[in-house]
Write a protein that binds this ligand. Sequence first.
Ligand code: CP
Ligand code: NVA
Length: 326
Amino acid sequence: MRHFLTLNDCNKDELLEMIDLALDLKKALQTTGHQPYLKGKILAMIFEKSSTRTRVSFESGIYQLGGLGIFLSNRDIQLGRGENISDTARVISSMVNMVMMRTAEHSRLEEFAQYSKVPVINGLSDDYHPVQLMADYLTMVECGIYMPHKNPLYPQGGENARIPIVAYIGDGNNMAHSWLNLASILGFELRIASPKGYAPLQKILESAYATANKSGARISVSEDIKEAVRGANVVVTDTWASMGQENEKEERKKAFKGFCVDDALMSLAQKEAIFLHCLPAYRGQEVSESVIDGAQSRVFQEAENRLHAQKGIMLWLARVNGLISH
Ligand code: CP
Ligand code: NVA
């Protein structure tokens, strides 16, 4: 059984296949309408944390593919009252064809997948946010930031395409970790700048360095936001206090002072650089209003791409796991 718990569950060619599917599905949606490749299939969506984008994109996505999404909040299901993961996984996976789960400890997802009879997709954990990264990468491709994709809709790609530089400014959190996974698998340059004490987890960094050795990716971690952004093609940031860190908000505001992506910082990047943010954003903290609402921002294209990228992931998983034959 193939799951999608982190980007490391797939190799480069597989991630690019999903992106190509997403590009095709997006194009088809705009021209011929819905594509019922997953007709009659059911996706359970378990949310142990809040969500706007993930819920709406998965529920709309499975519907557009001809299937049904069931929204399961931990406020409503027995999991939220202490039923264990293994029983929950056995029961739910006996009635649906795929599961998406958003949770806190990544080990909860791993345990769910271990007992699940159907493919499991990570819709965010404390450590990773892989479906978001697929939407971010799709946005990079659409913006002509050259990568080794092969979709004929975007012929500027190809194996000899230019290697992009991505600057990630801020917390070494689930987003930073998934950027590390993506960069190290696809082989681009990722410069992370975080305040002291808020760098990505060492074990995730080490695994990314090991993968980068094979792919040719260049990865650096520092506290210097200017050096990170200089000449970058993509500048990305995320909230200073993630879900579950609400009581650290004030302390983090102090620690992250100076880590705002503003016009002065953006001016150090390439002239045609784009700004990305997974959202929700906090204007005046990690990003200035002028940047997130400015000409270089692609955050709403990125948010919409959650829908298309995840349709690509679901279709790919359905095919590779033999849920459908076409
Ligand atoms: N970016 C993201 O995952 O948003 P939600 O928390 O609204 O799902
Ligand atoms: N790092 C953020 C991402 C939200 C989509 C969080 O985990 O809350």
